[in-house]
Design a protein. Sequence first.
Lengths: 121, 338, 159
Amino acid sequence: MLDTIMPFVWAFLVGGAICVLGQLMFDVLKLTPAHTMVTLVVIGAILDGIGWYDPLIKFAGAGVTVPITSFGNSLTHGALTELRMSGFNGLFSGVYHYTSAGITAAIVFSFFAALLVRPKG
Amino acid sequence: MKLGKQTWLFQEPPVIISRAAVVGPDEGEGPLGKDFDIIHDDPFVGEKSWEKAERKLLEEAALLAVQKADMSIDQVDLFIGGDLLNQIISATFASRTFGIPYLGVFGACSTSMESLALAALTVSTKFADYALAGTSSHNSTAERQFRYPTEYGSQKPPTAQNTATGAGAALVARKGQGPRITCATIGKIVDMGITDPFNMGAAMAPAAADTIKTHLADRGVSPGFYDLIVTGDLGAVGSTMVRELFAHSGVPIEETTYDDCGLLLYDREKQQVFAGGSGCACSAAVTYGHLLKRMEQGELKRILVVATGSLQSPLTIQQKESIPGIAHAVALEYGGGQ
Amino acid sequence: MSSAAKKRFSLTPKEYQSLAKKREPARPILQNCIRAFLSGGVICLIGQAISTLFQTYAGMTQEQAGLPTIVILILLSVILTSLGVYDKIAQWAGAGSAVPVTGFANSMASAAIEHRSEGIVLGIATRMFKLAGAVVVFGTVSAFVVAVVHWIIGTGGQS
């Protein structure tokens, strides 16, 4: 029973904590949303570079795959995986490997949404 | 004639012979709702874009003001107008509809009194018999241009203000029944180094204080001369700052009632407007809808309306410039015949 | 600035700025953090639930389930943005709605929807990445740099 629940508890706690970090960047450091998201993405990329993101995923699941830091992680992950498999070329060809689905979904859904609805103000 | 350093004294005060204020749903739900001529439920005002909606509001206000004077638009000699948008497209495209001579002005949220002062000037110098001053703003056009897409989920701080959706217009003539424009003080740009575009109140307050101080000195009166001194859209934060500035420079503002259109327009408890209203329509709608009504009802005899503008653009903010402010003041009187 | 302008109202610009800072209503930091924690946590919880569903009923591994999870969250975000609800949630949730990938999708959908009035090509398509572009650019550049560092020091990637 506890085994089933714990992943949810950690997802909630860790995901919430990353958002609190973002909120502090908004309110204390007075960063704009763009600056905050950029910082978090870069942090995600670096964490994967030092090999810390994968253990975080095993531990907190959606708590670290849902926040935008995960985007940075996936981009780095793609580059590093391709680097290992194809060498130097992989640095260029692998970056979007794992993020392709997310980017495609965001573009496609946003496009059709814009065709279908008007802003509400 | 010129009075003191920055003030125009109209020895034969021009008259606001009619005016109109048109607003959107949030403004209609505010405490001044019943003072506006038209309240729109639909923020698109039946148009296809936010910009077209804003333009429609300005056209409505201007044409209604003219209609209320039993005149037609082609009897008006000059339209002086402006708004917040790039190339002041609301004023320009509304003028296309009017088909009369047009002078476009940009003063951000100080446009209402800037255009009214100029209308009074052209009428009193007999370069126009009838001059129409008008301005508009729209919450969504302002958000789109200055901040973020309207559906974007950003969290506004408590210093932010809510751009008013609406328009106000006033028809000025040399003779007639209505509030009289006795003088106007043209503001100069004041920049005390505030850089936060979400705290325009603090950026504009120095300009407001500067113009008010100069006006009182030029006219040789103290605040008690007026029943009400009202700023355009300093909001909660800006009005606090302007009071501080009055205290620091020894202006006895307590002799009169000081208020702010941005605080009058909305009920800050019930409506999510943060520090209060802003936008060209804020001072225009409140003045032309509410304040002039109070004058005609005899409650206010002499008021000073000080419209305030913050003159940044998204580009200047990104280029790390601070925010310059400006404030234009118009003194209005009513009562005791022509 | 002329010397006459330097000390207006017997305050220098610097003095005015610190006075303005003092008089500024403070942001309710604690309240905002609690709200961000709760809303962000809930969004991740929803993600965890979706992922678990895919693992249980579609036989995917945790890694494989990540993909449909992200796509579904993005879809939900675009729907809420289209309904005009996401920005209302965001005023309450703050970073709790901006930090998850739903915030990224909202930034794209809101820009696309807003700029429809400028046409499909020059409006929707050109402006879609107005806010998200920075994230994509910095993400790509930092991933590339990290990978280059690995390549140079010879740790050569990971599994």
